[in-house]
Design a protein around this ligand. Structure first.
Ligand code: PMV
Length: 336
């Protein structure tokens, strides 16, 4: 059967960095995120006896000529997609090959989590195409095995990923639906190149950082404080916690062996400017994932003012304005 799913990327307010179980992708700490309306992946999966091997490709819309091009994934990415197809086949008791085609609305590999939206869309479309009906919790568990943060792209809106202590207890659920609080994530894309070190590799070296133990001890307290900030819709408190957690994760990354530096000059300029805009009365906070792009978090009422400020900074390739989004879901129209 052929099925298509759309899944949003998500921005982590509390970051997942480091795993308790490498193979099952069980994280060292729980995390909190918001789904992004402007950065999503569409994936079509077709299981059919017509295919003699798995065919995996993506539609590249980011080339210079803006021509739509169908491309093959690199070896590692293809392997991870096929491993996820194998998990789906095993669970659904089928052994047919699949054709998978996928398309992102944003550049791949630049720290906007394409693996999150990609594996969420693949999981939802894949299980539907295999005619296996899983509930949301089960889908998040399977998405997590493909790419950890993908589990947070399945539930609606503001999402909590419970770290758990086994595969069945490490899953994601919605804390609040996307309409709960009209926040914005204004993504400033500052570099279109793919990141040099994958997050999979980065997670593995977390314990080499002398700051790792510190983070491990502090993160649960921050999670509780963030849950309160979300419940009270206290933006100042939420924003402060978002920045604190981002900086803590990057300090861990930068002190790992070998160190991981994901920022570039424009990243730092934006971080400094966000702080000074805030000091001048504009409530905006930054966060950064495993890439140089800066996510500026603000309330809807400040969006216009933040965009005006962003225009004054050079070195920004493009800007993606995101609202909180629904989670992954099936759609009627297919990519092929
Ligand atoms: O899901 P992964 O393995 O790509 O890890 C994501 C890690 C960060 O994006 C840096 C943080 C997060 O929680 O999304």
């Amino acid at each position: 059967m052929k099925k298509t799913a759309v899944a949003p990327s998500n921005i982590a307010f509390i970051k997942y960095w480091g795993k308790a179980d490498e193979a099952l992708r069980i994280p060292a700490n729980s995390s909190i995120s918001m789904n992004l309306s402007g950065a999503y992946t569409t994936t079509t999966v077709d299981f059919s006896t017509a295919y003699t091997k798995d065919e995996v490709s993506y539609i590249d819309t980011s080339d210079m000529d803006k021509l739509t091009r169908q491309r093959e994934f690199g070896y590692e990415e293809r392997k991870r997609v096929i491993e996820q197809l194998d998990r789906i086949r095993k669970s659904a008791h089928i052994n047919t090959c699949a054709k998978v085609m996928t398309q992102n609305t944003f550049p791949k590999g630049t720290g906007i989590a394409s693996s999150a939206s990609g594996f969420a869309a693949l999981t939802v479309a894949g299980f539907a195409a295999a005619e296996a009906s899983l509930n949301e919790k089960e889908l998040t568990i399977f998405a997590r095995m493909g790419s950890g943060s993908a589990c947070r792209s399945i539930p609606d809106g503001y999402v909590f990923w419970e770290k758990g202590d086994s595969s069945d207890t490490s899953y994601a659920y919605s804390l609040y639906p996307h309409g709960y609080w009209d926040l914005r994530d204004i993504v400033c894309v500052v570099d279109l190149k793919e990141k040099k070190v994958s997050t999979t590799e980065g997670h593995q070296r977390v314990e080499t950082s002398p700051l790792w133990g510190w983070r491990h001890r502090s993160v649960d307290g921050r999670i509780e404080a963030m849950k309160r900030a979300l419940a009270e819709k206290n933006f100042t408190s939420l924003g402060g916690l978002i920045e604190e957690d981002c900086l803590e994760m990057h300090h861990v990354m930068q002190t790992q062996a070998p160190p991981l530096y994901y920022w570039n000059e424009t990243t730092v300029v934006l971080m400094e400017n966000a702080t000074s805009w805030r000091n001048r009365g504009l409530p905006v906070y930054f966060t950064i994932d495993a890439g140089p792009n800066v996510h500026l978090i603000c309330e809807e009422k400040s969006e216009k003012h933040v965009l005006e400020q962003v225009k004054t900074i050079s070195g920004i390739e493009s800007v993606i304005v995101n609202k909180p989004s629904a989670g992954a879901h099936l759609v009627e129209s297919h990519l092929y």
